[in-house]
Design a protein. Structure first.
Length: 109
């Protein structure tokens, strides 16, 4: 017996932000893979290879709702927000008021 979600394809495009490396991942449901612990499917982040759990609410071109402007990855390396929110060395999230990374000790930029 296969996974129910694997038997149909919506043709929609999905987008989500990888929690590990903050990379913006776009995919279609044709790219989904399935495991018992991911019954709705998952995709691998192309940067860090983390599994990203699929959900239909990640659709960016759904016909039943107004088209939203694509969100830019404001936490990408090289943007000002990445340096302010995440450690440039290890990617750990800075706490409010932190001057040094609590994980690796690097100075906040």
């Amino acid at each position: 017996m296969g996974y129910q979600r694997a038997q149909w394809h919506s043709g929609l495009t999905y987008q989500q932000l990888c929690e590990t490396c903050k990379n913006l991942v776009r995919y279609t449901d044709e790219a989904l893979d399935f495991r018992p612990w991911y019954p709705d499917g998952y995709v691998d982040c192309p940067v860090c290879k983390s599994h990203l759990r699929h959900n239909e609410r990640y659709a960016i071109d759904a016909p039943n709702r107004p088209a939203a402007a694509p969100q830019e990855n404001t936490c990408a390396p090289g943007s000002g927000n990445f340096k302010e929110l995440y450690c440039a060395k290890c990617g750990n999230k800075f706490g409010e008021g932190d001057r040094f990374c609590s994980k690796c000790g690097a100075k906040r930029n």
